[in-house]
Design a protein around this ligand. Sequence first.
Ligand SMILES: [Zn+2]
Length: 332
Amino acid sequence: MAERVGKNLWRLDIPLVGNPLKNLNSYLLTGPRSLLIDTGFRQGPCRAAMERQLEEIGVDRDRLDIFLTHLHSDHTGLAPELIRPGCRVYIGRVDGARLTAPDQEGRWRTIFTEYVRDGFSPEEMERLWDTNPAKVAAPPPWDGYTFLEDGDVLTYGESRLRCVLTPGHTPGYLCLYDEESRRLFCGDHVLFHITPNICRWDGVEDSLGDYLRSLERVKSLEVTELLPAHRSETGDLCRRAEELAAHHARRIENAWETVRRRPGLTAYEIAGHMAWSIRCRSWEDFPLTQKFFAVGEALAHLDYLEARGRVERRERAGKWTYHALTGNTNIL
Ligand SMILES: [Zn+2]
């Protein structure tokens, strides 16, 4: 059910069935023209919950625009089918360019080939081809997006919403900041109870370094109301940003220790030695989709160490393996 969380602001609860994220919070700013922030997967349960709650609130669908914080399919999947003629779907330029790149199939094929080089078996990646929700519940090919840049302002009723570029979780991530009400729509940039997944992105040297800088950036904003995209918990922005930075500092150390003690492992094997909060007895028991995200996250931490000259990659029998560089002990 939609929950009113402000004068002209609603939180729509969109279930992510079978996904450990559990739900997506879509936010709706209502007025003469309304703005929906994030949409849910292109899947039946998301579609039904979204349609029902928009109906409950009674929003005029012909005057409803959509803002997408980032390209992930749990945020973007339904956008092209929800939008009516004459209305806009906004997304940051960098993420939007990735979403509309002509050869999506080829892009996924390249990612999957790279993951085999990072230690997955070809059979595991074949199984993921038809089951990874990041791929199968993504929006259909569509070129109607309106691209936004850092600092662009959207005005909806009394709300002036400024785009704040915060790369890391995705390369072109945008938060929306309402300075007047000190409200920040942070999407997945800051989450409570769970930590945002930070993975390697093609064409990005150090996504974790970018993310840590982006945490610093939002800490400089005056925020009294933080609106995250998953779960019902929220809280203090600065405190949570510091907790997230400390979490990654521990993970960086964890990855570094693993490489130092066990030289020559792939990212897949390193991920198997890192500590994860998922309830599984062993790495072998991880659901395959979760392994995919865990290896992506291990790679982001290894890229961070590599960018700082603490580890190096070597090729062995078609796989990338990691080695600690001696003489460097100050990892942060
Ligand atoms: Zn996301």
